[in-house]
Design a protein around this ligand. Structure first.
Ligand code: UDP
Length: 314
């Protein structure tokens, strides 16, 4: 049976990755220090004999005794509200944590896949973003701790590929949503849905003309799994290219929740908030035969149902 180690395996994306790997026949070792992850996300796996969870801070050390086929490095806070409150943890997990994960992959002769991000493109001057674009990042801005940490993690990945011949893969993840996001995550989907369900004002930051493109979590994981099984190294964009303004998005969520909430405008939390973002997924289509399938309305309905349940149970 192939064995995978997932750092950040109790997080939003990491826990869905664990589910998918188990469904594909893997034994899964899940490490998480629960900084932003939650045991709730993996509670349904507690009686699964092929699943092993351990509370590990992979920035401190990362060890595993047995053989491993693949290491997925998914540990990292990823919401803009985490950037000012957990800046050192973010830098450490994408620096020391990535180093430990790469060293482990090297020692085990395992494949390595790192969760990178569209944030490496910063506030992009090229639209849509192709993998060839080097980005427009402010290293000393409030988003710099995340953007530069992920860029560093990519650089280290390529160093291990070129220097140590580790079979590495880099996925650049664009805005993703779905069940298991934290209600208090601060990102736009949990914010808007939570506000709409509670009847609170829906807070659009700035003019609401900035755009994002939202990918449902099952689509994203299908793309990542294909990359992990391919001979591609990336970086490769995985995301949904259907782009919307945040104002349109607020209106859509209001409609789908049947909410009477009013839409209000609040100042942008940071001047570095990217004005536009949409993945060019030509590579993912051509090299992995992947493209997203879930319509925004269907994905949002499932996500709304999840958040409704969370609000009811507290
Ligand atoms: N946003 C918003 N209202 C909110 C939360 C976010 O208008 O309550 C905007 C935010 O300014 C950004 C976009 O929605 O332009 C996506 O923000 P998110 O925090 O989800 O992630 P980002 O894509 O910026 O990393």
């Amino acid at each position: 049976m192939p064995r995978a180690l997932v750092t950040g395996g109790a997080g939003f994306l990491g826990s869905h990755l664990c589910d998918l790997l188990l469904a594909e026949g893997y034994e899964v070792v899940c490490y998480d220090n629960l900084l932003t992850g939650s045991l709730d996300n993996i509670a349904h796996l507690s009686s699964e004999p092929r699943f092993h969870y351990e509370n590990v801070d992979v920035s401190e050390s990362l060890k595993y005794e047995g053989p491993l086929d693949i290491v997925f490095h998914f540990a990292s806070p990823a919401s803009p509200i985490d950037f000012p409150t957990k800046p050192i943890e973010i830098l450490k997990v994408n620096g020391f944590g990535a180093y430990h994960a790469l060293e482990l992959a090297k020692a085990k002769n395992a494949r390595y896949l790192v969760a990178s991000t569209s944030e490496v493109y910063g506030d992009p001057l090229v639209h849509p973003q192709t993998e060839e674009y080097w980005g427009n990042v402010n290293p000393i801005g409030t988003r710099g701790v995340y953007d530069e940490a992920k860029r560093y993690a990519e650089a280290m990945t390529m160093a291990y590929r070129r220097f140590h011949r580790v079979d590495t893969k880099i996925v650049r993840i664009f805005n993703t949503y779905g069940p298991r996001m934290r209600l208090s995550d601060g990102r736009v989907v949990p914010n808007f849905v939570g506000q709409a369900l509670r009847g609170d004002p829906i807070t659009v930051y700035g003019t609401g003309q900035q755009t994002r493109s939202f990918c449902f979590v099952s689509d994203l994981l299908a793309g990542i799994y294909r990359l992990s099984q391919s001979d591609q190294s990336g970086p490769i964009n995985i995301g949904n290219p259907t782009e919307r303004t945040m104002l349109e998005f607020a209106q859509e969520i209001k409609r789908l929740t049947g909410s009477a909430s009013e839409i209000v405008f609040e100042p942008l939390p940071t001047a570095d908030d990217p004005k536009q973002r949409r993945p060019d997924i030509t590579k993912a289509k051509a090299l992995l035969g992947w493209e997203p399938k879930v319509a925004l309305e269907d994905g949002l309905k499932e996500t709304i149902a999840y958040f409704k349940g969370k609000l009811e149970t507290g």
